[in-house]
Write a protein that binds this ligand. Structure first.
Ligand SMILES: *Cc1c(COP(=O)(O)O)cnc(C)c1O
Length: 393
């Protein structure tokens, strides 16, 4: 097939919910992808932070194929080894108490929302169920996680949305406090708002929210679906903020391309979701869990230090160009936002056409999220394309 064939068949048979770039990708090797016409692209998007180990990582491939041969799936009515190992590793490396596995980020957040509401119900009875989230946040596409998402553009068409969410201003502790009342049970937030524009929260604000939650027995829920699993240079981003969340959700990069996610619960609420209160058919699937174990084995302290350095190097390089079109450079590790005064969508379209896959975020931001395994050489090659395109503005 050619690019054209794949694109045509997609347009004919897949519902038109996505506005796609005119590229059909066929294969890849680490951070270099190839389309059906043989053109290559440098990957600064990694499937929106999913392909954390790039394409074709040997250990990952060996782990998932071995598991597929042995046992692809049973159900959560039985015990399996790969999920138990992922859970043990995550718990030991975070200080949390236990894990629930889901298949996606939205489902992970649904689990955290259920956890917070039941925690409060068990302790205080009905009526304490409201969750505070932040403006510019993104928490998923289910009816409930759309309601949690603090962007009005997402609150259309699909009424009625789940009730019990109120939105406060990021980096404004008074706004969070005044959004809370007797009905509040939790605060849910990303530490770097990803879809909202790669907007990092201030440490002082995050710590003030954490203290306020502790004082009022509100659960602190951190959405690390995008920031988690090494993306920001630590296993989880919260580890750089000096806080102890009650629950942390993850998905995207955890299994390096397979659908997998979940929530980590702290001791405070680890027994809340008791038998029969929450479940999913695919969650903890052995093949996905084997992939996650390969990812976690790769994320050594040295590897994570390298992620931090590569990210700092990209941000310094882009800032150093002093291009008039660049208004700011933000982010942590390999989650990078470049604010631009031109159309971010048009700029990313030109980047893709020139062989660099990148993403947009928010209203004016080019987002870079290469595989964590990207080499310095490929970073330089990608930055050369970025500089060339941004210089045309
Ligand atoms: C992507 C994302 C989600 C939703 O994850 P899905 O796997 O698409 O359901 C939720 N929260 C954040 C912060 C995300 O970046």
């Amino acid at each position: 097939m050619t690019n054209h064939d794949v694109m045509q068949m997609t347009e004919d048979y897949i519902l038109g919910t996505y506005q796609r770039f005119p590229v059909a990708l066929e294969s890849g090797e680490n951070a270099t992808l190839k389309d059906f016409d043989g053109k290559t692209y440098l990957d600064f998007a990694s499937g929106i932070g999913v392909c954390s180990l790039g394409c074709g990582n040997e250990h990952w491939l060996a782990a998932i194929t071995a598991q597929a041969n042995k046992l692809p799936h049973v159900s959560n009515l039985f015990y399996t080894e790969p999920a138990a190992v992922v859970a043990k590793t995550l718990v030991e490396r975070t200080g949390m108490q236990g894990v629930f596995f889901s298949n996606s980020g939205a489902e992970a957040n649904e689990g955290a929302i259920k956890l917070a509401r039941k925690y409060s119900f068990d302790k205080y009875g009905a009526g304490r169920s409201t969750i505070v989230t932040l403006h510019h946040s993104f928490h998923g596409r289910t009816i409930t996680t759309l309601a949690a998402t603090g962007q009005d553009v997402f609150h259309n068409y699909f009424f009625p949305f789940t009730e019990g969410f109120v939105h406060a201003e990021p980096n404004d502790i008074e706004s969070v406090k005044s959004a809370c009342d007797k009905s509040t049970c939790a605060v849910l937030m990303e530490l770097i708002q990803g879809e909202g524009g790669v907007l990092p929260l201030d440490t002082a604000f995050v710590q003030a929210v954490a203290s306020f939650c502790k004082e009022n027995d509100l659960l602190l829920l951190i959405d690390e679906v995008q920031t988690g699993v090494g993306r920001t240079g630590t296993l989880f981003c919260f580890q750089q903020y000096g806080i102890e969340p009650d629950a942390v959700t993850f998905a995207k990069g955890i299994a390096a391309g397979l659908p997998f996610g979940g929530l980590l619960a702290a001791k405070s609420c680890a027994s809340t979701l008791s038998a029969g209160t929450h479940a999913t058919t695919f969650g903890g699937n052995p093949i996905c869990a084997a992939g996650a174990n390969a990812v976690l084995a790769e994320l050594t302290p040295d590897f994570l230090r390298d992620v931090t350095q590569k990210g700092a190097c990209i941000r310094e390089t882009v800032s150093g160009w002093n291009l008039p079109v660049v208004t700011s450079v933000r982010g942590l590790g390999l989650m990078i936002g470049i604010g631009v005064s031109c159309s971010h969508k048009q700029a990313v379209g030109k980047l893709v056409e020139s062989g660099l896959l990148a993403l947009t975020a928010g209203a004016d931001t080019i987002r870079l999220m290469p595989p964590l395994t990207i080499t310095k050489g490929k970073i330089d090659a990608g930055l050369a394309i970025l500089k060339q395109i941004l210089s045309t503005y």
